[in-house]
Design a protein around this ligand. Structure first.
Ligand code: ADP
Length: 345
């Protein structure tokens, strides 16, 4: 990503040590807050798999970053009493990168591949027989001596996570028996996640501070937990350890996070759309070019939340600023901007 954002839902360098993150992760499905439909479907599938002593069907989780996909993969492994192996699409550059892990995996273990839409085609093709028939074919030697060796694998479950399901090839998508979209969390759910984290981190978080944090967390647990850590630092250094809505506000103002959880990048996007392009409609490529950003980054990390809070609309003609969006950044609303057919978002 082009720049570091406090409200970024992707993992950043300021993330505390892996053990702190891990200790905040719920371990069982019942401790996983929100996503009711997903939990219900998963719990049925898990019970059925356990009763039959079979691996869980391959599972595809899609949705914006920071909503709990990796957490869920660990929970599934724990619920099944098996092990989760974690990797990501970009880390797997050649077919052979997976051989070690796949052959080491025991029956019903979990292979979690984050950003699975970035899996190179050579690895993707290699994964099909592994998913379907429990075997991998790989070529040893080359030229005249090349031969294909087939290895049988123990039955396993692939959990794929992606922010861009549309970029997955159809054959790969079809191989997932379970597919689910993770949506943004309600403020009450973020409040619950924050309250649990505060208790584990021994932070005394009054109710007003909790709701001030939840409302600025853009529906995303990872953001909520990150803001909590920033506010804890601020409170310790600048507010003699006090915690309250005022301290939350001061701390996050300093970080450039506004009352709706938008940061400088979101506001810049909205300004370019509202001022340079007079509210749209305009294509995301043009907005990205004006901002000097990558359009994929904007689509992944800026637009989903702006669409969710109703500041942005997508029409057939392009992106446009809604009345609420124009009011939020204080530019005049232009009716015609949003007059096209709405679709998506
Ligand atoms: P993703 O893989 O979707 O990017 P993660 O699974 O890494 O997201 O979750 C980010 C953080 O948010 C983790 O530290 C996890 O503890 C917390 N978290 C996410 N979803 C939940 C949830 N439903 N309940 C409690 N904590 C959650």
């Amino acid at each position: 990503m082009a720049r570091e954002r406090l409200i970024s839902a992707t993992e950043t360098e300021d993330e505390p040590t892996a053990s702190v993150v891990a200790s905040l992760r719920p371990e069982r499905l019942e401790g996983y807050v929100g996503q009711r439909d997903l939990k219900e479907r998963l719990s049925i599938a898990l019970t059925a798999a356990r009763e039959r002593n079979e691996p869980l069907d391959h599972l595809l989780l899609h949705g914006p970053p920071g909503l709990g996909k990796t957490t869920l993969a660990h929970i599934v492994a724990r619920e099944l009493g098996t092990k989760a192996y974690v990797t990501s699409g970009p880390a797997l550059t050649k077919a052979s990168d997976l051989v070690g892990t796949l052959t080491r995996m025991e029956s019903c273990d979990i292979l979690f591949i984050d950003e699975i839409h970035r899996l190179p085609p050579v690895v993707e093709e290699y994964i099909y027989p592994a998913m379907e028939d429990g075997r991998i074919d790989f070529t040893v030697d080359s030229g005249m001596h090349a031969r294909v060796v087939t290895l049988d694998l123990k039955p396993f479950t692939l959990i794929g996570a992606t922010t861009r399901p549309g970029l997955l090839s159809q054959p790969l998508r079809d191989r997932f028996g379970l597919r689910h979209h993770l949506g943004y969390y309600a403020e009450s759910e973020l409040g619950e996640i924050l309250a649990r984290a505060a208790a584990r981190l021994d932070i005394d978080l009054p109710r007003d501070a909790l709701s001030a944090l939840a409302s600025r967390s853009r529906g995303t647990p990872r953001v909520a937990l990150r803001l909590l850590r920033r506010v804890r630092d601020f409170s310790q250094v600048r507010a003699s350890g006090r915690m309250g809505a005022g301290v939350v506000q001061e701390a996050l103002d300093l970080e450039g996070v506004d009352v709706r959880g938008l940061d400088a990048l979101d506001r810049q996007y909205m300004r370019v759309l509202g001022e340079t392009y007079e509210g749209g409609p305009v294509g995301v490529e043009a907005i990205a070019a004006s901002m000097g950003e990558d359009d994929g980054t904007l689509e992944d990390v800026v637009e989903p939340y702006l669409l969710q809070v109703g500041f942005l609309a997508r029409t057939r003609q392009g992106r446009c600023l809604t009345r609420a969006g124009a009011e939020h950044i204080g530019v005049p609303f232009r009716e015609r901007a949003c007059a096209g057919d709405l679709f998506g978002g």
